[in-house]
Design a binder for this molecule. Structure first.
Ligand code: ZN
Length: 682
């Protein structure tokens, strides 16, 4: 691993932050923190922490000696001075004389000594940073360091690799006791450049930001070299069937198994994130994957995000997914049972009884295929998948030079149920459509774009589909979803788009079948090709989309909602508008057929009957022409309804959202047309 230190960059940081009132110490602390945070082999998702001891002014203008240490909720990769709250150093140093300090008292004294009372909570490893005397201190959970220290004889391996250059701290959970122990061990050999915290990570320190950082790089490089020596050929492959099913077929099954019923036909769903590649396949296909994958997390604080172990599934075969589902169900049940037993085994020795967390795994390993991260959002599923990939790398290297080992189950429990770790997760109330994946066709148009926004506002994960992928990307930008190219008139393109959605998010819960276009012509004269073209888009495409979605919804077994954009033409034909109205009328029947045939599976089908919306189907030129033909102004034409109000794309979007959320409504048509008595259904 190479040092990325650059004098020029360091000067740039000092100049940039001087303008914002931060001193050079803090600016350099930000600079090297970002260097560490930018490399996933060192730091992943909020892992690791850094500090600098410096001087700041309090309100009275007096110099105060402070520790600026990473604050909770910040990531080293994009940290700012605000992410390094300043804590008065002297009161922290006096704490070392105490015999014991509870977590609550520790948090309280840290917060009580913040220079800025609105700053985030200082890191749970603040006291370790305080008790060591160095100006700059860096802490990471480096993959290479973990690979050599996560071994039954990890301390001996590290002693061999580092000689006397690094101190050695046996595993103790973070907090006051670890801080005291690390400081004592440091004082016994004050020449060391850092400390190895066994089965946890590494601290390096120095008088300057560069020294602490480069000691980290040097130590990790030594560990990397050790991992290249005398490697065993790892992971003899298990014999697997050669007809492995696809991730798109497997994801909805797993997503259904991971969903927990919360009563009243409602589900607490998970979002999935599929990963594969040579390293992952080497790991999940290994004959001994049942051993090395089930030992535990590579560093304790991973377990709050991915639990202690993943579920290990059988290899799925195409054409035999029923058998896979049965076996996978048993695997998930066994995971839940084991988790309950684990909780009951360790809860009784806690000072205050804990409340058991959910029984859902966060990582699923699928031999022949790869792995899935699971979470309550695409972001947390991605974090789980990233940590799982990091685990693959750490354990693969550990097994190459020895045998992977980690902290005890009791130690893992203490971290998983540690109040200070749970606080990192921050649980707010969820929005109504949180954890639900909505696929929207025609997402690039005015109604599609408004619909994407409306669903995202309700917490849904938006998969935006459009024949123009860039238009779909624009619709979903800033919403945290994803865009997929899809020609809805080509069933292969529809299947492919839904397969991509399954790989990206695990499945689909709501479909807004919205894509459409208008054709006209007097019915006795119209060219047959025009009529067929319109049927392709305004009827058969709805069928292809619904078919693809229902197949996924059935695999999930957690119901679903289909919402179709039909038109007032479906019930109130306009003159010369047969080519548009006829397929829309067929689509209205299609809605009812889906409601009828799939209601028993919890799949609802409803329609929105919108009219006269400013969009690609009714652009400014068309509005002008129609207004002129009727001898009214454009404004009067657009508000020519019972309410005398123009109907907006957002109104249609709200109707889609309402129907997606209405648990007891199916086979309904909701008009969004400002009132058109000739098109009123009932
Ligand atoms: Zn740590």
């Amino acid at each position: 691993m190479d040092s990325l230190w650059s004098d020029t960059d360091a000067e740039t940081f000092i100049a940039r932050y001087a303008d914002k009132g931060a001193n050079a110490d803090v600016a350099l602390r930000v600079y090297t923190s970002r260097l560490l945070g930018g490399d996933p082999r060192l730091v992943l998702h909020g892992g690791g922490n850094t500090s600098v001891k410096t001087t700041q002014h309090d309100l009275l203008g007096d110099d105060v000696s402070v520790l600026c240490v990473k604050g909770s909720g910040w990531d080293l990769g994009d940290i700012e001075p605000a992410g390094l709250p300043a804590v008065r150093l002297d009161p922290l140093l006096r704490l070392e004389a105490l015999e014991k300090l509870s977590d609550e008292d520790m948090v309280n004294v840290q917060r009580g000594n913040l220079l800025d009372s609105t700053a985030p909570n200082p890191s749970v490893e603040t006291l370790l940073h305080a008790f060591l005397p160095h100006k700059f201190i860096d802490h990471t959970h480096s993959t290479a360091i973990l690979s050599i220290s996560d071994q039954p004889d990890g301390e001996a391996i590290c002693a061999d690799v580092f000689g006397g250059t690094m101190g050695s701290v046996p595993y103790i959970m973070p907090g006051f006791a670890l801080a005291k122990s690390a400081a004592q061990i440091y004082r016994q050999s004050p020449d060391v450049g850092g400390l190895i915290l066994h089965k946890h990570g590494i601290f390096t320190f120095g008088d300057s930001a560069r020294e602490a950082y480069e000691r980290m790089i040097d130590a990790v490089t030594l560990a990397e070299h050790r991992l290249q020596e005398g490697r065993n050929s790892v992971f003899v492959a298990a014999s697997l069937p050669d007809n492995i099913a696809t991730a798109a077929d497997v994801a909805p099954i797993l997503r259904g198994l991971a969903a927990a019923s919360v009563g009243d036909d409602r589900w607490q769903r998970m979002v999935l994130d599929f990963r594969t590649g040579p390293a992952i396949l080497n790991y999940v296909n290994g004959a001994e994957v049942g051993r090395y994958s089930q030992i535990g997390v590579v560093t304790p604080d991973h377990n709050i995000r991915i639990k202690n172990t993943p579920v290990l599934l059988p290899a799925p075969q195409t054409g035999d997914l029923g058998a896979f589902r049965v076996a996978a169900q048993a695997t998930f049940d066994a995971f839940a049972d084991a988790y309950r037993v684990y909780f009951e085994r360790h809860n009784p020795r806690q000072e205050t009884p804990k409340t058991m967390l959910d029984l859902v795994p966060r990582v699923a390993l699928v031999p022949g295929l790869g792995l899935f991260g699971m979470g309550d959002s695409p972001k947390s599923a991605g974090v789980a998948a990233d940590l799982a990939e990091n685990t693959v790398e750490t354990i693969t290297d550990a097994e190459a030079i020895g045998t992977y080992d980690c902290v005890s189950e009791a130690d893992m429990f203490d971290i998983e149920y540690w109040s200070l770790e749970q606080a990192k997760l921050g649980k707010g109330a969820e929005k109504p459509l949180a954890r639900q994946v909505v696929a929207i066709t025609g997402a690039g148009g005015a109604i599609g774009t408004a619909t994407a926004k409306a669903f995202a506002a309700e917490g849904a994960v938006v998969a935006a589909l459009d024949i123009d992928q860039e238009a779909a990307a624009v619709a979903v930008s800033g919403l945290g979803g994803a865009a997929f190219a899809c020609d809805v008139t080509d069933s292969a393109s529809v299947e492919a788009a839904f397969a991509r959605i399954c790989e990206r998010f695990g499945g689909v819960d709501v479909v807004v079948s919205n894509a459409g276009a208008a054709w006209s012509g007097r019915i006795a004269d119209v060219d047959n090709d025009i009529l067929r073209q319109s049927f392709e888009l305004n009827f058969f495409a709805h069928q292809s989309v619904a078919q693809a979605a229902v197949r996924i919804m059935r695999a999930q077994g957690t119901g679903g909602a289909l919402v179709f954009n039909t038109s007032k033409q479906a019930v109130n034909p306009g003159p010369d508008f047969g080519p548009y109205g006829l397929p829309k009328a067929a689509t209205l029947s299609l809605v009812r057929q889906y409601a009828l045939d799939h209601g028993a599976e919890g799949i609802r089908a409803n329609a929105v009957n919108a009219d006269r919306i400013r969009s690609g189907l009714l652009d400014d030129d068309m509005i002008a022409a129609r207004a002129e033909a009727r001898g009214v102004s454009e404004k009067d034409y657009m508000s020519g309804n019972l309410l005398h109000q123009e109907v907006r794309a957002e109104d249609v979007a709200d109707a889609f959202v309402f129907l997606a959320k209405a648990p007891r409504t199916t086979a309904a048509v909701l008009t969004v047309d400002g009132g058109n008595i000739a098109a009123a259904l009932r």
